[in-house]
Design a protein. Structure first.
Length: 416
C-alpha cells in the first residue's frame, strides 16, 4: 500500500499539475478580490482606458481564435469538402470552449456582471453595435453547444437525441456562419466610433472587413495549431481515420490560409491607400505597423505557400504559430497599443499583474476542460456505436484506449 501511495503521489505531483495547481489557486484568490473590491482592486483601468487586456485578449483574441469552428464546419458541410470531416469535432470543441471562456471573462470585466442579460431581456438597444455583438455571441454560443452536443450524447449513450441533432447539422452550420460573419466584423465596427483615439494607420472604414478576413485566417491557423498540439499530447485517443487524414487537413488548411492572407494583405494596403496615410509609415508607429503587416501577414502567406508547395508540414505548423501570434498582435494593436496614442505615456494603460494572472487563469481552465472532454468523449475518433462510415480496410472498430502514450509528448509534433 505504501508503494501504491508513493506511485499515486508521484503521478499527481508532475510539473504540469504543480504549475496548473498554482495558477488555479492564484486565480481563485484574485477572483475573490475582484468581486469583493471591484475593478479598481485588481485593474489599472481608468476613464481614458475603460477596456483593458480582458477585452483585448479574452474577448477580441478569444473570438478570433475560436473562428476555426465555423471555418471548418463550413468547409466540410457547406462546401462539401468531406476530407476535412475528422477536423470538425476538435474545431467545434475549441470554438465552443473559446466562446464559453469569452463569456466567462466578461463577468470579470463588466462592473455588474449579473446584469449581462439586461440588453436582451429587459432593455434592448437594437441600434447599438455592441448589442449586435452580444446577441450574435449569445446565439452562436448556443449553436456551438448544440453542434458539440452529439459528442457528449454519444459518451452518455443517448442515441435518439444525438440522431436528432445530427440531422440538424447543415442548418446549424449555416446559422453559425451567418452569426460569425456578423459578430466577427462587428467587433471591428466597435472601434469606428473612436477615430480621434485610434491611430490612423489602424483606424479605417474597412475595420469590420479587416476583422472578419483576419478571423478566417485565425480559424484556419488555429485548426492546424490545435491539431498539432492534440497530435502531440492526445495521440493515443485518435483513431486511424483521424491520423490518416491529419496531414491532409494540415496541407489543405495551409493552402486556404495562404490565399486568405494574400487577400488580407491587399485589402490592408487598399485601406492604407484610400485613407492616404502613407506618410505615417515614416514614424515610430509606422515602423510598428510595417512589422505587423510584413512580418505577420506577408511573411506567413509566403511561408504557407512554400510549405504547401514543398509539402513541408514542419514549416506549415510553425507558420501557424506565427500567424496566430500575428492575429493576437493585431487585436492588441487596435485595442491597446494604437488606442489613445496621443495621450502622455503616464496616462497610457498597462495591465496590472493581477489582470494578466486572471487571463492566464481563464486560459488554463479552458485547457483543462478541453483535456477532460478530449480524453473522455469521442472527439478524435468515431464512437463504435455511432460510426457513420464503414471502416477502411485494416482499421480497427474499437475506439482507442487511454494509454500512457497519450500523456507523453509525441516525437513528431512539428515535424513530418
Amino acid at each position: 500500500m505504501a508503494t501504491d501511495s508513493a506511485a499515486i503521489k508521484k503521478k499527481l505531483l508532475t510539473p504540469f499539475n504543480i504549475v496548473v495547481g498554482i495558477i488555479l489557486v492564484v486565480g481563485a484568490i484574485l477572483t475573490v478580490v475582484r468581486f469583493t473590491k471591484g475593478l479598481a482592486g485588481v485593474t489599472n483601468l481608468s476613464d481614458n482606458n475603460p477596456w483593458g487586456i480582458w477585452i483585448s485578449f479574452d474577448l477580441l483574441c478569444g473570438v478570433a481564435l475560436a473562428a476555426g469552428g465555423f471555418t471548418t464546419s463550413a468547409a466540410c458541410y457547406v462546401f462539401g469538402l468531406k476530407r476535412y470531416h475528422s477536423a470538425v469535432r476538435p474545431a467545434i470543441l475549441t470554438a465552443f470552449l473559446g466562446y464559453s471562456l469569452v463569456v466567462f471573462a466578461l463577468h470579470y470585466d463588466v462592473g455588474r456582471p449579473w446584469r449581462l442579460p439586461y440588453p436582451f431581456f429587459v432593455q434592448s438597444g437594437p441600434t447599438s453595435v455592441l448589442f449586435e455583438v452580444g446577441l450574435c455571441v449569445f446565439l452562436y454560443l448556443i449553436t456551438l453547444f448544440i453542434e458539440w452536443a452529439p459528442s457528449a450524447l454519444e459518451w452518455l449513450g443517448l442515441k435518439k437525441p444525438r440522431n436528432v441533432i445530427v440531422r440538424m447539422t447543415l442548418a446549424l452550420t449555416i446559422f453559425g456562419v451567418v452569426l460569425s460573419t456578423m459578430h466577427q466584423s462587428s467587433l471591428g465596427a466597435l472601434y469606428l466610433i473612436a477615430p480621434s483615439k485610434l491611430h490612423p494607420l489602424w483606424y479605417s472604414m474597412f475595420l469590420p472587413l479587416f476583422f472578419f478576413v483576419s478571423a478566417i485566417v485565425a480559424g484556419l491557423s488555429m485548426v492546424i495549431f490545435e491539431g498539432t498540439l492534440s497530435h502531440h499530447y492526445l495521440h493515443g485517443k485518435m483513431d486511424k481515420t483521424y491520423l490518416r487524414e491529419h496531414d491532409g487537413v494540415t496541407l489543405g488548411f495551409a493552402k486556404g490560409a495562404a490565399m486568405v492572407l494574400v487577400v488580407y494583405f491587399f485589402i490592408k494596403v487598399i485601406g492604407l491607400t484610400m485613407d492616404n496615410n502613407w506618410h505615417y509609415l515614416l514614424t515610430g508607429y509606422g515602423a510598428w505597423f510595417l512589422v505587423e503587416l510584413l512580418g505577420f501577414v506577408a511573411l506567413p502567406a509566403l511561408l504557407y505557400a512554400l510549405g504547401v508547395r514543398e509539402r513541408n508540414l514542419k514549416l506549415i505548423r510553425w507558420t501557424a504559430v506565427l500567424t496566430v501570434l500575428g492575429i493576437v498582435l493585431n487585436r492588441f494593436n487596435v485595442s491597446l497599443v494604437a488606442f489613445n496614442w496621443q495621450l502622455a505615456p503616464a496616462d497610457r494603460y498597462f495591465p496590472s499583474w493581477m489582470e494578466i494572472a486572471i487571463s492566464i487563469f481563464i486560459v488554463t481552465v479552458g485547457l483543462l476542460v478541453f483535456r477532460f472532454i478530449s480524453t473522455h468523449m469521442p472527439i478524435f475518433y468515431e464512437h463504435p456505436d455511432f460510426r457513420e462510415h464503414a471502416p477502411h480496410e485494416g482499421e480497427e472498430e474499437e475506439a482507442p484506449e487511454l494509454t500512457e502514450h497519450e500523456l507523453k509528448p509525441h516525437p513528431q509534433t512539428f515535424g513530418h
